[in-house]
Design a binder for this molecule. Structure first.
Ligand SMILES: [Zn+2]
Length: 294
């Protein structure tokens, strides 16, 4: 065989060997079945919760399996590598790439803005991405609430792709939906409280009421969490501030509608026909309001 033919054959052998190694690493096929199944469940869970977490975990596990680390000897070091990579990707890479998909991050860490996340966890989970128009609406709402306190946002959207739902909110899939926390008062010292607790959801108002809109319980994504309501017994809805928030949310002309529970709408004395009921198959909207922007 001529010299060049021998080299070609060797190249093909080397490439085939590497291709096989990479494919095995991508499929995590070197792992024991239980660990492999656990890894895939974790990848799917992280994708559903954070959109990019599953990809980060998959890439790191594949790289480690290819020998770029020693995860077999220490699960602690593998966890540190995955966690560190996720933080780097979330803090630096995702905000830089999101504009390509028409998304921008809401302010998370700055003290200067008139709005803030209920918890930094929303930002660390990449659930604070919206279209630039939606961000402008939030800024306008925050401006009109100056003097009342920062407007607190909850779930917004993921950074990449239209149509990728932000569970458990099936409609938060295009960067044009945004949830805002209600405003409460502490019964002991009358101080304003928003959100009711770091997650912001499930403090139903008026506090400790049943799901009056859907007494039969509604769909699977409609959670009442009765056991949690005792934690909010020291709070009452600040009706003046909350109705001010809802009116401010309706002010920007490109707000298409605001979802709110019918009882809460009546309780606040609001009548605007862009205030709508989400229906019994959606989450309750007497613990937050939901904005939709054109
Ligand atoms: Zn929503």
């Amino acid at each position: 065989m001529p010299q060049s033919g021998i080299i070609d054959e060797r190249m093909k052998t080397v490439l085939a060997k590497h291709f096989l190694k990479i494919a095995r690493a991508i499929l995590l096929s070197g792992q024991r079945p239980l660990i492999r199944a656990g890894s895939f469940i974790l990848i799917v869970t992280l994708t559903l919760l954070t959109q990019v977490g599953g990809v980060v975990l998959w890439l790191v596990l594949s790289c480690l399996q290819m020998g770029w680390g020693s995860w077999r000897s220490s699960w602690q070091s593998a966890t540190l590598i995955v966690g560190g990579t996720y933080l780097i990707v979330t803090i630096w890479a995702v905000p830089a790439i999101a504009p390509v998909f028409g998304r921008v991050p809401l302010v998370c860490w700055g003290q200067q803005s008139g709005y803030a996340p209920a918890s930094r966890l929303y930002c660390l989970m990449n659930r604070h991405y919206v279209t630039p128009e939606t961000k402008t609406v939030l800024e306008q709402v925050a401006d009109s609430m100056t003097g009342v306190g920062p407007v607190i946002y909850l779930d917004a959207g993921f950074p990449f792709f239209d149509g990728f739902p932000l569970l458990p909110h099936l409609s938060h899939r295009d960067g044009r939906k945004l949830d805002l926390a209600l405003i409460y008062r502490n019964l002991e010292d009358n101080k304003q409280v928003s959100p009711a607790w770091p997650l912001g959801y499930w403090a139903f108002a008026p506090v400790d009421v049943r799901d009056r809109a859907c007494p039969d319980g509604g769909g699977v994504l409609r959670w009442s969490l009765d056991w949690l309501q005792r934690s909010f017994e020291g709070l009452e809805l600040d009706r003046v501030a909350t109705s001010g928030l809802v009116m401010s949310a309706l002010n920007p002309p490109n707000v298409r509608r605001v979802l709110i529970a019918p009882d809460l709408k009546r309780d606040l004395g609001l009548t605007d026909n862009r205030l709508r009921f989400a229906g019994c198959n959606a989450a309750r909207h007497d613990d937050h309001i939901h904005l939709e922007v054109r």
